[in-house]
Design a protein around this ligand. Structure first.
Ligand code: F3S
Length: 376
């Protein structure tokens, strides 16, 4: 691997980590047990991003902690049917190859917490995928700020991150207490509620009680959408977030949301046009969700459905049961080169996060449709 003109050393990476400190703040660091790098989709980072990664690689830098990577833009194992530009496929392979040679596991998944790096409560991490950071902190009880792709790389090399934000107990004290006077009856509503909360709380930690979020799919859709409209690394969900029973509410600002707030998000994001395809798996489908999608696929309308998941989750499935209209795509974000090449104008998804990015990045009309409507 060569061609990077950029030359970096560990001092440069220390400077990147130090950007997290305020001017008057003492510089303290905390070791991390793993790093997760985002910003690896060539459709997002393009040539400048690839050149930057090559520069890091050619500088001889190596990851010193377990490091996983976010999805790219195509299925590496089965590229032929995807109609993707071969030059683009080559660039995406170079990104993954560069990171692998630096020591990353080529997981190409936005759900590392499901299988590859399952954090334990109290683990300090340097993760950079917002939905994964929110899940690790809010559901698994880990401690991670929302790193940028570059600061996650810096921490992966250095093995430590800045001791700021939610790495500190005082950084996990909520600023807002959210109450919701409505109910959640499917994963689209869960996502819309997360999006409404993220718009209000911004980058602040908040606390929330919602019985329905004990459903695994609902909570993942809720957190992914919360991380789309806001940048908070964590929300304390009572009864779910380990070790976070907040008794004292002094200084906590109360915010009330109602059914109308959720409905407003759905109406604003969802198109009335007839979809030409379904896009499922933002964040990547877990094994259980994939099984559910496969079970329901005969009931889906007669249009193609693209189900995005990780290699690890798909490896435990019997893929011979896939029906004709359902295609499984591993290694790729829903911002997938095949979708770009398809010519579709309107797609359906059950993910508010996917709706947001397919609209803003690919310029598609998106209809929000729930697929998993029962409560568990
Ligand atoms: Fe994953 Fe891409 Fe969605 S990284 S969370 S599938 S926008």
């Amino acid at each position: 691997m060569s061609g990077g003109s950029l030359s970096l050393n560990t001092g440069n990476l220390e400077d990147i980590v130090d950007l997290a400190f305020h001017d008057d703040e003492p510089k303290r660091y905390i070791p991390v047990s793993s790093a997760h790098v985002s910003g690896v989709n060539y459709l997002n980072i393009g040539e400048p991003g690839l050149e930057f990664l090559k520069g890091l690689h050619d500088s001889g830098l190596k990851f010193t902690v377990r490091t996983t990577i976010n999805p790219g833009c195509f299925d590496f194992e089965d590229p032929k049917w995807q109609r993707c530009n071969p030059a683009l496929i080559e660039k995406q392979r170079m990104i993954a190859g560069t990171l692998e040679e630096m020591g990353a596991l080529v997981t190409l998944s936005c759900t590392p917490y499901m299988d590859t790096v399952v954090p334990q409560p109290g683990d300090h991490l340097a993760w950079a995928e917002s939905s994964a950071v929110l899940y690790a902190n809010s559901v698994m009880g880990a401690w991670s700020n929302k790193e940028s792709g570059i600061s996650a790389i810096a921490s992966a090399v250095l093995g430590r991150t800045a001791y700021v934000g939610v790495h500190k107990p005082e950084g996990r004290v909520p600023h807002y207490s959210i109450s919701y006077d409505g109910s959640i009856s499917n994963e689209v509503q869960a996502g819309a509620l997360g999006f409404a909360i993220g718009s209000v709380v911004g980058d602040s930690v908040s606390k929330f009680r919602c019985q329905e979020l004990s459903n695994a799919t609902y909570v993942r859709q809720f957190l992914a959408a919360l991380g789309t409209s806001g940048s908070a690394p964590m929300i304390i969900i009572e009864g779910i977030t380990p070790g976070c029973e907040i008794e004292d509410e002094r200084g906590v600002e109360m915010i009330r949301l109602a059914d109308e707030d959720v409905q407003r998000v759905v109406e604003k994001m969802s198109s009335d046009k007839e979809p030409e395809a379904f896009v499922l798996g933002c964040p990547h489908l877990t094994g259980d969700e994939l099984f559910d999608v496969m079970r329901r696929s005969p009931q889906m309308r007669d249009i193609p459905a693209y189900a995005f998941t990780s290699r690890a989750s798909s490896s435990v499935m019997n893929l011979s049961k896939l029906s004709g209209q359902l295609k499984l795509i591993r290694d790729s974000c829903v911002l997938w080169c095949g979708l770009k090449a398809s010519g579709y104008k309107t797609v359906a998804t059950n993910s508010v996060k996917a709706a947001y990015y397919l609209k803003t990045t690919f310029g598609l009309d998106v209809k929000l449709v729930s697929l998993m409507v029962e409560k568990t």
